[in-house]
Design a protein around this ligand. Structure first.
Ligand code: ZN
Length: 288
């Protein structure tokens, strides 16, 4: 394989969410040579699911994930059940969009709770209920571990090892990988166990690879993600691992950034394509 061949790039629509709605993002991404898209549910709701499906289809885009399901721990049983229903709607949307996966941000502590163990138990319970339904709809579920700074309010699943253990507990016999992982460099780059866990993971569990960078000094815990190359994460090292495992998805740029949200959106996309080239070549060489 030639050195200059690179796998395609996907862009998560959060990256340009202040500049473009979903329809315009789909058109512009495709026009600029982006191969995939990962829409957020509020943006799907804004334009309507049918229009979203048409936009990705007409522009020939692969949907690398729908963001997002999850938020499973809830203060009451009724709220837990209502949230499951919302996740069922998310599964329907992922099915309609023929997405590679539905990304699960599993949820943190219910209001007023200090029971992190209980929250994690609720996550397992919810996915146990949803997994057969997702499978029946042909939708893979992807647990995304989030950096521990989000354990209280967003996600009590905080490391890759924890996410893999959750998958193995809920779906021990899952040769087709209906339950798996969305690996986001922003959340896992610091983890001393990352390489060892990746070495041991069943490749069928790898559903998504989210890329951006971790600024050396983060100015905001949510909206200060950096463009690849502007931070300290060894993104290419992680790409090398995924390539060796035969990951055949598209890397997906996901940048929440007050800075990039004020930039011209075409410049954002061009920078994403440029800055991801090296790791896309890595994935292409090792994935073939
Ligand atoms: Zn992500």
């Amino acid at each position: 394989m030639s050195e200059d061949k690179a796998v395609g790039l996907s862009i998560n629509t959060a990256t340009t969410r202040l500049q473009w709605g979903l329809i315009e993002a789909a058109e512009q991404y495709a026009r600029m040579g982006v191969a995939g898209i990962a829409p957020w549910r509020d943006q799907i709701a804004e334009c309507g699911l049918d229009n979203a499906v048409r936009a990705v289809r007409d522009n020939g885009l692969r949907v690398t994930g729908v963001c997002r399901g999850g938020m499973f721990p809830q203060p009451t049983r009724a709220a837990f059940e209502a949230n499951l229903d919302d996740n069922r709607r998310a599964i329907d949307e992922a099915h309609a969009l023929e997405a590679d996966c539905l990304v699960l941000v599993c949820g943190g502590l219910p209001e007023g709770s200090r029971d992190l163990v209980g929250a994690r138990t609720m996550v397992g319970e919810a996915i146990t209920v949803l997994l057969p339904e997702a499978r029946a709809a042909g939708v893979r579920l992807a647990v995304e571990p989030l950096h521990p700074m989000y354990a209280a309010d967003r996600n009590c699943i905080n490391t890759l090892a924890q996410a893999v253990a959750l998958c193995d507990t809920v779906a021990p016999d899952d040769p087709e990988g209906w339950l798996g992982i969305a690996l986001d460099v922003y959340h896992v780059w610091w983890d001393p166990a990352l390489a060892d866990v990746l070495d041991a993971v069943d490749p069928v569990r790898l559903h998504a690879f989210h890329i951006c960078d971790w600024r050396r000094t983060t100015r905001d815990l949510l909206n200060d993600r950096a463009m690849m190359g502007d931070g300290v994460a060894d993104i290419e090292g992680i790409a090398r691992k995924l390539g060796a495992l035969g990951f055949n998805g598209l890397p997906e740029v996901e940048i929440f950034s007050d800075e990039w949200w004020t930039a011209a959106p075409r410049e954002v996309v061009a920078t994403c394509l440029d800055r991801s080239l090296g790791l896309r070549q890595i994935l292409s060489r090792s994935g073939a």
